[in-house]
Write a protein that binds this ligand. Sequence first.
Ligand code: GLY
Length: 318
Amino acid sequence: MKRRDFFKASAIGLTIPSTIIKGQKINISKNNPVILSTWNFGLNANIEALKELKNGGNAMDAAEKGAMHAESDVENTSVGFGGLPDEKGKVTLDACVMDRSGNAGSVAFLQNIKHPVSVARKVMEETKHVMLVGEGANQFAIKNGFKEKKLLTKKSKNEWKKWLQNRREMTPHETHDTLSILVQDKKGDLAGACTTSGWAYKMHGRVGDSPIIGAGLFLDNEVGSAAATGLGEEVLKTTGSFLVVELMRQGRSPQEACEEALKRVIKRHNGNPDFQIGYIALRKDGEIGSACLKWSFEYALAKNGSNKLYKINGLIQS
Ligand code: GLY
């Protein structure tokens, strides 16, 4: 805004709210919701999130609804119902949420509950804790009215049986991956959610980055939000989403922050990692960024009345 316009706006009470990031004034995006999510299944998640915002929900309500859509989608074999199981044929789910106040909730190794994201939100809102796992998370869910459901579909069971014949190691990249969703509502507030059935045919008991605050998801309502998809083990080792948000706090753009977080992984793997990680980032002014290590990655962006899928190429080409 020009100096003259700024004074004019101030005089009629329209001063644009702003935040200072590393000495730089960033105008907070308001009245123009932004929804950013991972992979092509993010498009439908964005639609559900937008509906929720239109119905008066806030960023957290919208992020939860978006994630729930992916969890219900039986065709999606890396999230929720229909997700591929672990090596023992068990579908074990990880999810987390964060809201504008920096509150967080998470569940890991949760079985037989269709909407781990909603259980994670309940952990955040109804308990003193951040994270519940396994049997304890399941009991908490049932106590809070969630119904038990068999999550292994016929199709996933058949896939697992085929896999048992040679037990070939899958990568999260092959099985697609996490639904991570970042929302900025019309008040300019941020929230996010992350949900997955994890690495297909993983070891029984394995938990990835998705339920870990700072790894799969992180936000600071004064700066921005970030979320991950891809090989959870490597996101965990670099506290990826926290790093992206901290880099934005230090003045990097969302794009630069995603790329820098990945460059550190590339360096750790001598320039040639053989796995995938993708990041999405949303800054407080509504600007977004996204980058992936290798191959390609898709993110869905709903902004200014459109909801589109964008394909990006990896930082390193093999
Ligand atoms: N990023 C999902 C996982 O590794 O479980």
